[in-house]
Design a protein around this ligand. Structure first.
Ligand code: AMP
Length: 435
């Protein structure tokens, strides 16, 4: 069959079966459901409750929330306008969650809000393995607590998700960014340090040195990385309260037996972080090594118009990258679920009965499939096999007359006559073992 249309580069279809897209396996819809169910299960253990915000948000929310100088806002937004309204396809979910928190006065629910989300995000990046234009994130936000235990809990929650998938070979990198005052002081120090080397910097880095010098810290350029060895470190510019908070956090992580690597150059690409910043890496991801990242963002609420800061900490994780890491460690994922039974009809009259029977069995809670193309018995049996149905229920003229179907257990080939009225109960029962 011919088609004129293809999905947009950097997006992909999720199909009933796993398939290959440009050398990367796109897992089956059942595998996606399994991942989502596991994430929900872990979230529930931490008593995080789901929040669903729209895909469309006001562009201004993302511009202010994520930060004008970030790559996301300056070059990766899918934004458009209709009339006077400026829309953006959400590139991340933290700013939308904070918007919803403020808008609906979720603080009035009392205590700390432990919220989680799962859903698509959109960034106009150059597509490659592990980097897409529509991708999927899950994440959690703990809103309302300044306590370093909130930071430790978010990190523990994030790790618990990966552990639930048996992914243990991950590296947690940790840093503190200090309060709002720390970074301007540090930025100046960085600018002063790099000033004599301007000629050695790439054009992008030269621009960043002026606009957002922290971005130089995650440069991939070898020469620039060597320059970083002598560069000032953020930790030396941090206010005493943030330092104490960081020390407490590290102590809590030690209490939980969570290993981390301190990385003074970890700043993350989003502007809204204060104090804690962390990233989770997997050796299986290649260039796109980050499975997840997060941090504390006490000032985001103010960026969004709140007259007081709202202490909050969260993480966001990419589902596609989780799948890549799972594939690398050879984790088997579920494929499409088989029906409980495949109904096989011989002849028009039987086909008519099978159509009605399917309805009855489905109403009784069974998963039932049957042929809709009037194919031969052999083709119907092949289809039942292909779908991995444990039973086929075969009905022809004789069975109609006796009101008894031939039920074949596909695994053993054993066949039994079962009265039409008993079919639902029989199919729900255990598949008879080979004798
Ligand atoms: P960020 O919001 O940039 O911190 O991203 C959080 C996580 O989302 C990353 O660690 C990745 O796992 C995932 N992620 C971010 N951008 C993309 C993308 N373009 N394609 C696939 N996954 C992404």
């Amino acid at each position: 069959m011919k088609t004129t249309f293809q999905n947009i580069t950097g997006t992909f279809d999720i199909l009933p079966d796993t398939y290959d897209a440009d050398g990367t396996a796109v897992p089956s819809a059942a595998a996606w459901q399994h991942v989502e169910a596991t994430v929900r299960d872990v979230m529930a253990r931490f008593h995080a409750q789901e929040i669903r915000t729209p895909i469309l948000e006001p562009t201004e929310l993302v511009a202010r929330g994520v930060g004008m100088l970030t790559d996301i806002v300056s070059k990766e937004m899918f934004a458009f306008e209709r009339g006077d309204v400026h829309y953006v396809l959400r590139p991340e979910v933290t700013a939308p969650v904070m918007r919803a928190y403020l808008q609906h006065r979720l603080d009035q629910r009392g205590g700390v809000q432990r919220l989680y989300y799962i859903g698509p995000c959109f960034r106009a990046e150059r597509p490659q393995k592990g980097r897409y234009r529509q991708f999927h994130q899950f994440g959690a936000e703990l809103i309302g607590a300044e306590d370093a235990r909130a930071d430790a809990e978010v990190i523990a929650l994030m790790l618990a998700v990966y552990r639930a998938f048996g992914l243990e070979a991950v590296t947690l990198r940790l840093n503190t960014l200090g309060d709002a005052g720390s970074r301007p002081r540090y930025k100046e120090a960085l600018q002063a340090y790099f000033a004599p080397y301007t000629a050695d910097l790439s054009e992008t880095s030269r621009r960043r040195l002026q606009t957002n010098p922290l971005r130089l810290l995650d440069t991939k350029d070898e020469k620039e990385r060597r320059l970083l060895d002598g560069a000032p470190v953020l930790l030396d510019f941090i206010d005493p309260e943030s330092r104490a908070h960081y020390e407490t956090l590290k102590g809590l992580l030690d209490d939980l037996g969570i290993a981390y690597v301190e990385d003074p150059f970890l700043v993350r690409g989003l502007d809204y972080y204060t104090r804690t910043a962390f990233e989770l890496e997997s050796p299986d991801l290649g260039a796109q090594s980050a499975l997840a990242g997060g941090g504390r963002y006490d000032l985001l609420a103010c960026e969004l118009g709140s007259d007081e800061p709202v202490p909050a900490v969260g993480f966001a994780a990419g589902i596609e990258r989780l799948f890549i890491a799972l594939a690398a460690q050879g984790t088997a994922l579920p494929g499409p679920a088989p029906p409980d039974a495949f109904l096989v009809a011989l002849g028009d009259e039987a086909a008519r009965y099978v159509f009605r029977l399917a309805q009855e069995l489905r109403a009784a809670g069974l998963r039932v499939a049957f042929d809709l193309k009037g194919r031969s018995m052999k083709a119907q049996m092949r289809e039942a096999n292909r779908q991995n149905a444990p039973y086929t229920v075969i009905i022809g003229q004789d069975e109609l007359a006796a009101r008894r179907a031939q039920v074949k257990a596909m695994d053993t080939g054993m066949q039994a006559g079962v009265a039409f009225d008993d079919l639902a109960a029989y199919l729900k029962g255990p598949v008879p073992a080979r004798t």
